[in-house]
Design a protein around this ligand. Structure first.
Ligand SMILES: [Cu+2]
Length: 462
């Protein structure tokens, strides 16, 4: 919140109200109060008899993700009627610095009178994430010599663009994400309730973000089925949430504008698909801006085994690599950082939390066979998945297979995964000891992309 800007608006508002109080239409002209703006029709009528009738209608269209026009200029300070036309597919609003909110659902038009002070004002869409995605604008007064500056507009109630978010020593401990891969679901038809939860999460020691999740965790639950199975997902967006969401299964063959469309809060949707192809697949929210919904935690892994299943191994682990672009503590992640042409996440992580398997190594039997299902959820950084001290004897990446029986002595050291690519890798540990899990894009190892396999007691010397 820009204190100075806010204070100026409030002072001007009080001034207007006190001047108007001398007349007989006082209560009808103090149109900056949120209640007044929520009842646009009656306000518009009352102003017909007022000294301060609306000077003009300012028509502003909302869409995903912006306003058109974004910056308006009025000839003088005073009361104006804002006509908000929502051309988008999800709800939007125009929110002023004092909290006045004009809300419109998809294809709806809502009008309300507002007072534009001499110094102008800024407005945003207050739906979480929408301001950061570009839904902000200004109304300036042509004669004003104190127009709203871009700086004042930018730090109005939104995440600041600075790159250093200070650690919070009182942040809760992170919750360890179990890396053990689940077994395949029983049967051939699977009905799964997937509830979207918007919640706070400690993503690294000292850093809490308000994440959007499938099922309450980042990543969402691993869903494991076999080729030929039918999966029926009941996606629920509870009314306690704030924004629309959707789901997109890369393991499915469906029309984008059918199963993958967004649902508003309070709505449900069935997304049914058949597992026709084996592999490690991504699922994610695709609601605009998809970059923000993915960066804010909405992704997970689907494992589709061949019909006959995978050969038995001693250990199975599921790891999802992803990025955190920190927003302010307790707020959404920064879309501005995530959208950079050269993205520089503060953290690159396995299963949602920085360094969690460095602090809590994944234990395996020395010499035992280890299978890792690995997915790069991105949203934007490539992975070079590597386990220090091992060689992958099996790699099944995006349908391409390296298998021991066909390898002619070849092995694999690192698996390249662009965002949304997945693989199955297998290896054995040679001796008791520690085997670091990294992305071999090494600038990210120091940013949280580090875990450990611990074979035996972890000590090669005894
Ligand atoms: Cu979403």
């Amino acid at each position: 919140m820009n204190r100075r800007s806010f204070t100026m608006v409030v002072i001007f508002s009080l001034l207007l109200t006190s001047i108007a109080a001398c007349g007989d239409q006082a209560s009808r002209t103090s149109s900056l109060s949120p209640t007044a703006s929520h009842n646009p029709a009656s306000q518009a009528v009352s102003h017909q008899t007022s000294q301060q009738t609306s000077q003009a209608v300012l028509e502003i269209h909302a869409f995903e993700m912006g306003f058109k026009p974004q910056n308006l200029t009025v000839p003088s300070a005073g009361v104006y009627t804002i006509k908000l036309v929502n051309d988008g597919v999800i709800p939007h609003d125009i929110t002023l610095p004092d909290g006045t909110k004009i809300s419109a659902n998809s294809n709806e038009t809502v009008t309300a009178d507002v007072t534009v002070p001499a110094e102008g004002l800024s407005f945003i869409c207050a739906v979480p994430g929408h301001e950061a995605a570009g839904m902000k604008g200004t109304i300036q007064v042509a004669s004003a010599n104190a127009a709203v500056t871009p700086t004042m507009m930018d730090d109005h109630s939104g995440p600041a663009p600075e790159s250093n978010i200070a650690a919070d020593e009182s942040a809760p401990e992170y919750i360890l994400y179990d890396a053990k891969a689940p077994v395949a679901l029983e049967g051939t038809v699977h009905e799964i309730d997937l509830v979207v939860e918007e919640k706070d999460m400690t993503v690294a020691p000292g850093y809490v973000q308000h994440v959007w999740t499938f099922g309450g965790t980042v990543p969402g639950p691993v869903i494991r089925v076999k080729v030929g199975d039918t999966v029926r997902i009941n996606l629920k967006n509870p009314s306690s949430n704030e924004v629309p969401h959707s789901i997109d299964f890369h393991s499915s063959e469906v029309a984008w504008n059918d199963e993958m469309t967004s649902i508003n809060v309070g709505e449900d949707k069935v997304y049914e698909w058949k597992a026709n192809y084996a592999g490690v697949w991504m699922y994610h929210c695709g609601t605009t801006p998809a970059l923000h919904h993915i960066a804010n935690g909405m992704y997970g892994m689907v494992i589709v085994e061949p019909k006959e299943g995978l050969p038995a191994v001693d250990h199975e682990v599921a790891l999802v690599q992803s990025e955190w672009y920190l927003g302010p503590q307790g707020d959404l992640v920064s879309l501005e950082k995530a959208a950079s042409a050269a993205p520089a996440p503060e953290y690159v992580v396995f299963n949602g939390v920085a360094n969690q398997y460095k602090d809590h190594p994944i234990e395996v039997k020395t010499g035992g066979s280890v299978r890792v299902f690995v997915l790069n959820a991105g949203p934007s950084i490539d992975s070079s998945f590597h386990v220090v001290g091992t060689i992958f004897n099996t790699v099944i990446k995006e349908g391409v297979q390296l298998r021991p029986e066909t390898a002619n002595g070849y092995g694999s050291q690192a698996v390249d995964l662009a965002p949304a690519q997945g693989a199955i890798v297998e290896f054995r540990t040679a001796e008791d000891g520690l085997y670091p899990i990294v992305t071999h894009a090494f600038n990210f190892v120091g940013r949280g992309a580090l875990g450990l396999f611990q074979a035996g007691d972890g000590d090669p010397k005894n």
